[in-house]
Write a protein that binds this ligand. Structure first.
Ligand SMILES: *Cc1c(COP(=O)(O)O)cnc(C)c1O
Length: 435
């Protein structure tokens, strides 16, 4: 429990059962449940913790993938983040949020011609290219539009790294172009006259919680970028060192020590900038920026016992929060969860927290320690849920739809996405005449 408490220090510990002073019960009454509540102050705190210590040459890009809500994106933009996107809707989102195109990077292994064209038309900072065939399509599209496409090469490095929930380098992957292929190719630039190669990107994994590993990865990517640029023959205008910075979710994990991290990364940035004055350095971050800000709130509908185990059946579950099922681990590990509307009995019990789906997999907490007197109507919260929540969940399963999302900004709670209604799910469908 002490470890648990330590881990929850900060946002959750400080705020108790309120977000910026607004009781969660009030929020639940106003906006209904299930609902995601994002604390804008926590996003700001996370951003500044890093921004204020990170070498000024390193720019922070927000990966919308982690939480694509337009208000979340706009908030991060106001704080000073740029954007990294992977679809037309994400492009529309950043435009709506006010992020200039030249502060936006587009990345993804399966870009369509329509996506490439849209990016070129708005003047995106760069397309991050993931294959030789894609490079040819970018070249043709730019040629047709009469523009020059700025392209950053995503490299699948020959080396791999440890300490990530998901290893990217040193393996056959659909992402990026193999380092070896780039080092053996000649005339890449000459063969694509409507492309200007401007940089190198590599992304080595997600959920890194070791400062040492992140520093070592950064050093290797900077060195890789120099090697690739020298061989392929272009000036490095930008190096994107990936990111994948994690936050602690589970017992035994601890949050990154930003000071330790920047003590390691900043000298690398300083050295690199001295060798390459004017080259932009980019760190792309999703989870780190938004995870801590989010609280997923559900209401308990029923409590029951089955063969000696206790179940709290709530109105939302994995259909909104698949990430809570467990990431990168065969064993079920629980996200931090708590009872939000009252103190509850001093005596605790082990609860399985489940949702409304008709599958045993709809269990967001297994054997979670919660008050023994849990009952229908109680509000349960899953902390650290601001990243990879509904966006990474099967929200259409059993036709429950997307949950409501609320942002608390400067002490005021506002709906930033209404929950799906029947028409949002049934509307796009067509009943054909059958006989
Ligand atoms: C998913 C992804 C990110 C964001 O990852 P986080 O771990 O959430 O920071 C950044 N870059 C690329 C290429 C990604 O695929």
């Amino acid at each position: 429990m002490t470890e648990e408490h330590e881990r929850r220090e900060g946002h959750e510990g400080r705020e108790g059962h309120a977000v910026q002073g607004i009781p969660v019960e009030t929020l639940a009454r106003e906006f209904g449940t299930p609902v995601y509540v994002y604390d804008a102050a926590v996003i700001s705190e996370q951003f500044h913790a890093l921004r204020d210590r990170l070498h000024p040459a390193v720019e922070i890009f927000y990966s919308l993938k982690a939480n694509p809500n337009v208000s979340v994106c706009a908030l991060l933009h106001r704080l000073g983040a740029r954007a990294e996107i992977s679809s037309l809707v994400e492009l529309a989102t950043v435009m709506t949020a006010g992020v200039p195109a030249d502060q936006t990077l587009f990345l993804g292994p399966g870009k369509s011609e329509a996506e490439i064209e849209a990016c070129l038309k708005v003047g995106i900072l760069a397309l991050i290219c993931e294959s030789i065939e894609e490079l040819a399509l970018i070249d043709r599209t730019a040629g047709r539009l009469g523009v020059t496409a700025r392209v950053v090469l995503r490299v699948n490095p020959s080396f791999s790294v440890k300490g990530s929930g998901l290893t990217m380098g040193g393996k056959p992957r659909q992402f990026g172009i193999d380092e070896e292929l780039l080092l053996s190719s000649t005339s890449l630039a000459a063969a694509h006259p409507s492309v200007r190669l401007t940089g190198v990107q590599a992304y080595l994994g997600t959920r890194f919680l070791s400062e040492e590993t992140i520093v070592a990865n950064t050093a290797r990517i900077l060195e890789l970028a120099e090697r690739i640029a020298a061989h392929v023959g272009f000036a490095l205008e930008l190096v994107d060192v990936g990111g994948g910075l994690g936050v602690a979710y589970f017992a035994g994990e601890r949050d990154l020590d930003v000071e330790l991290l920047t003590d390691g990364v900043n000298p690398l940035a300083e050295d690199f900038s001295a060798r390459h004055p004017g080259t932009r350095l980019v760190m792309e971050l999703g989870r780190y920026l938004v995870a801590r800000s989010g609280l997923y709130v559900t209401s308990v509908r029923y409590v029951k016992e089955s063969m000696g185990e206790r179940f709290a059946v709530a109105d939302g579950g994995t259909n909104h929060h698949l990430t809570a099922v467990g990431i990168g681990s065969p064993v079920k590990r629980n996200f931090p969860m708590r009872l939000l509307n009252r103190k509850g009995a001093a005596e605790s019990a082990r609860w399985n927290v489940t949702g409304p789906l008709c599958t045993p997999n709809d269990t967001i907490g297994r054997g979670v320690e919660l008050p023994a007197d849990l009952r229908a109507g109680d509000l349960l919260g899953v902390d650290r849920s601001g990243a990879y929540g509904p966006t990474a969940s099967p929200v259409f399963f059993l036709s429950h739809g997307y949950p409501a999302e609320v942002m608390v900004h400067r002490g005021k709670a506002q709906l930033i996405r209404r929950r799906d209604a029947v028409d949002d799910l049934l509307g796009p469908q067509t009943l054909i005449p059958l006989r």
